[in-house]
Write a protein that binds this ligand. Structure first.
Ligand code: ADP
Length: 359
């Protein structure tokens, strides 16, 4: 009993009621102090909204009842002879109470719907993350197995087997690029993506990407030109992120350039020597001006792109996001039907000179 009373006055319900009355009191007081008629009805909704939204439906209804009490007290002061105006008071009370009640119920429903929507989206994102993580692990195992098989198979060089291995490697590469993009997008959405910067030679990363695409390049009989600087140019970046950026850009050029076309991958220093520019140019299907703005926004694929190859439209979005984490952005110049150039710039990394060393 004592506990019940304590709960009513000092528990969650009691606190809600008390704070609500304080809110109403403040509004009434403001009216008295300023001698102006403040449309108090509108202000009734403020505490009702706050308590329903941040508390519960029950708290909202309690505050509605408190609002009614405050109104009655206000009116009684104004009307003097309460009994003469009883019917007005009863009628008004009923209208107010039902109006407040409907507001509370509707607001609470919106709140429940939003919470459900949020939890479904969190669940989806967690599921995508788990599935792609598992896929990634399985793919790593498969690619290691494939590599060992190829290395130890004496007949690996013979025509049919060579073709088989190359087809398997190409599929494995395509699949792992998709999985990595999905995995990173999920991480990015959850705000869990962390980059760890360290000095990286862009040329080596580019060589790595070319090597992993060798099978696809061969399959499509594409001519690849590499234009790399003599001495390595370093950038301060995350290894995994930048590898994925380069694989996506180069992978797309391979995907969207028809057989016999050519691709050029270039790493160069900017005119003033402050930046490294990485670019991939191709003689592929190209992109029109209005489509260029859309392809990095995610899940957008050009008409020509859809007929040329399969895809999700996620690679360039994650590429741009990853570059954004490095303070850079993906730039595109292209002409429909003629080819494209995808490029980005990063500041040249120069180690700080060691202090105290002479000569
Ligand atoms: P996906 O290749 O899986 O569709 P991306 O985000 O990598 O996803 O690319 C988005 C779209 O941009 C592609 O569907 C294609 O229409 C277009 N695109 C990307 N790279 C090229 C390119 N090198 N040449 C022509 N179109 C391209």
């Amino acid at each position: 009993m004592l506990k019940k009373l304590w709960d009513i006055f000092f528990g969650t319900k009691g606190r809600a009621m008390f704070s609500g009355l304080v809110c109403f009191g403040l509004v009434s007081e403001a009216e008295l102090l300023t001698h102006r008629h403040i449309s108090i009805d509108v202000f009734y909704f403020l505490p009702i909204f706050i308590f329903t939204w941040f508390g519960s439906r029950r708290q909202g209804l309690l505050i509605s009842a408190a609002g009614l009490v405050v109104w009655l007290l206000d009116e009684r002061l104004d009307m003097g002879h309460i009994l003469d105006h009883l019917h007005i008071i009863i009628w008004n009370s009923l209208v107010r109470l039902s109006f407040f009640g409907v507001t509370v119920v509707l607001l609470d429903q919106v709140k429940v719907l939003l919470a459900r929507e949020r939890s479904v989206s969190r669940l989806k994102s967690a599921m995508i993350h788990t599935v792609s993580h598992e896929f990634n692990n399985a793919l790593t195992g498969l690619s290691a197995g494939l590599f060992l098989l190829k290395e130890t198979d004496r007949a690996a060089g013979d025509g049919t087997r060579a073709q088989l291995y190359s087809a398997m490697e190409a599929s494995q590469h395509k699949l792992s690029l998709y999985v990595k993009n999905i995995l990173n997008e999920a991480r990015m959405e959850e705000g869990r993506f962390r980059i760890e910067k360290r000095p990286l030679a862009l040329r080596e990363l580019a060589e790595g990407a070319v090597e992993s695409l060798a099978e696809l390049l061969q399959q499509k009989k594409l001519r690849l030109t590499k234009v790399f600087p003599e001495r390595p140019l370093f950038v301060d970046a995350d290894y995994e992120a930048l590898s994925l950026v380069i694989s996506n850009i180069l992978g797309n050029s391979v995907k969207y350039t028809s057989e016999g076309g050519s691709i050029r991958i270039k790493v160069e220093e900017s005119g003033d020597g402050s930046k490294v520019i990485f670019s991939v140019s191709d003689t592929g299907i190209g992109i029109s001006l209005e489509e260029m703005e859309k392809i990095t926004s995610g899940f957008y694929r050009t008409q020509a792109g859809q007929s040329a190859a399969a895809g999700f439209g996620l690679g360039l979005r994650i590429t741009n996001e990853l570059l954004g984490l490095h303070g850079s952005t993906l730039q595109i110049s292209s002409e429909k039907g003629k080819g494209s150039r995808f490029f980005f710039e990063l500041p040249v990394y120069r180690p700080a000179p060691e202090r105290g060393k002479k000569g």
